[in-house]
Design a binder for this molecule. Structure first.
Ligand code: SAM
Length: 433
């Protein structure tokens, strides 16, 4: 079998594993409900379970470059102003102020609790119960075995969730009884429910222009919100998965005689193929931390390192003048290497390290490095990469020892993916030097 034929067969096999979700009740009800509120599925979007990514979107039509993928009427969006519909202010102490993410989280918990009585039921029924593999949902023992730079990011996100929960717990009236089931509030708004809602908002909300949200609401939200109402949940639009190759334009626009949230694709797709959108120019660190997944191949990935790691492998100590120059120009902020080579800052840093007496400013901005400098840069970077690989392998072993949760098991795969990237970059540097 030739290569093309093998590729075709693989594509067909993959397609056979993709299962349509169109006959599921949840999908049928969601689409009917959205259509009854003005959504027109002009691009004939359908939901499928894809072997490669899980649930996602494709179309019965070919989708062209610059075509509008989806238009969702504003009244189908859940913004912070919808919190008023749920009477969140009635169950909170008067002085309580929340962040937009917390307000949407509370809204989801309360509406989900209403079940059939919620007007958002058909949307809520499509939200996943299971949480994605976010590293900040790991236990403390698990997080502590992540690479240190990543542990810092994960701990910060864990902390944000905990602070949010603390704020909510303190702000709700302990005397409040749910009108539908007569349960006390702390049985409805639990830590588990809060974590679920918080993660749903984190992984699915889109950015909306807060000025438009306030204008359409006709009332100021500052008594109630400590940041701006810039987040919204957008039914069906939140079913698209991300690809680093996808390019999309998202806008809240006034067209015809109404506001709508639109997505335009700047990439074309064949019918039945999965349609991806872009969540932003995110490397795997960001994808894993914000959305709980990472891409095996992501051209935005890189391996970052610290000034200390560079100095430790090059066995050089800096003089005062070198240190001041490096710090003033913030060179350590962006020292990394990717399959495309060394970052501007890494090259600059290495140049300053090996040339204590050169005219650094002129050289680093012209990047007119001698072949000798380039050889040293590659050589040192390889040593840094080998050091990083050893550290990552150590993280894998230590994490394997304590990993119990699916979040930590995913973390192991994530670090292994970093190690694979190091091997690829090392090979590329070998051919370069
Ligand atoms: C906005 S939702 C997309 C729809 C989601 N797959 C669903 O079934 O509801 C974002 C979540 O989808 C998953 N996801 C998005 N893009 C992905 C991809 N390329 N590969 C794997 N999972 C992806 C992640 O769990 C992420 O947190």
């Amino acid at each position: 079998m030739g290569r093309t034929e093998r590729k075709r067969k693989r594509r067909l096999n993959n397609r056979e594993c993709d299962v349509s979700l169109e006959s599921l009740q949840d999908t049928i009800f969601l689409k009917k409900w959205m259509q009854s509120l003005g959504w027109k599925n002009d691009t004939k979007l359908i939901l499928k379970n894809f072997a490669s990514t899980g649930r996602g979107v494709s179309s019965l039509l070919n989708i062209n470059l610059n075509q509008k993928l989806i238009e969702v009427p504003y009244n189908l969006l859940i913004t912070c102003t919808n919190a008023f519909e749920s009477n969140i202010q009635n169950l909170c102490k008067t002085s309580a102020k929340f962040k937009a993410q917390e307000i949407l989280t509370l809204f989801l918990i309360l509406e989900k609790h209403k079940n059939k009585k919620s007007k958002w039921k058909f949307y809520l029924d499509t939200l996943p119960e299971e949480l994605p593999a976010l590293p900040w949902l790991c236990s403390e023992a698990e997080v502590s075995k992540f690479p240190s730079y990543f542990m810092a990011i994960a701990n910060k996100r864990k902390w944000d969730l905990e602070i949010g929960w603390e704020r909510v717990e303190k702000s709700i009236k302990s005397s409040w009884i749910c009108p539908c089931c007569e349960q006390p509030l702390n049985r409805v708004i639990t830590l588990n429910a809060f974590t679920w809602g918080y993660v749903v908002v984190n992984t699915r909300a889109v950015y909306v222009d807060p000025d438009v949200v306030i204008k359409l609401f006709g009332r100021d939200l500052s008594n109630f919100l400590s940041d701006s109402p810039c987040l919204a949940l957008c039914p069906f639009l939140d079913m698209f998965n991300h690809s680093a190759e996808a390019n999309t334009r998202a806008e809240l626009i006034y067209e015809g005689d109404s506001w709508k949230y639109t997505l335009t694709t700047l990439t074309s797709y064949k019918k039945y193929q999965q349609i991806f959108i872009s969540y932003g120019c995110h490397d795997n660190d960001k994808l894993f931390c914000e959305y709980g997944f990472f891409l095996i191949h992501n051209h935005l990935n890189n391996i970052s390192c610290s000034l200390e790691e560079v100095l430790s492998v090059s066995n050089i100590s800096l003089n005062k003048k070198q240190r001041a120059f490096i710090e003033n120009r913030c060179l350590p902020d962006e020292i990394y290497v990717s399959t495309k080579g060394l970052s501007f800052y890494l090259k600059a840093l290495l140049f300053v390290v090996i040339n204590p007496d050169a005219e650094w400013g002129r050289m680093i901005y012209s990047e007119d490095y001698s072949s000798c400098d380039i050889m040293f840069m590659c050589f040192t970077t390889k040593k840094v990469l080998i050091l990083k690989k050893t550290k990552f392998l150590d993280n894998v072993w230590k994490l394997k020892d304590v990993a119990v949760s699916k979040y930590a098991l995913s973390g192991i795969d994530y670090i292994k993916n970093k190690i694979d990237l190091i091997d690829i970059i090392l090979e590329a540097l070998d051919s370069y030097s």
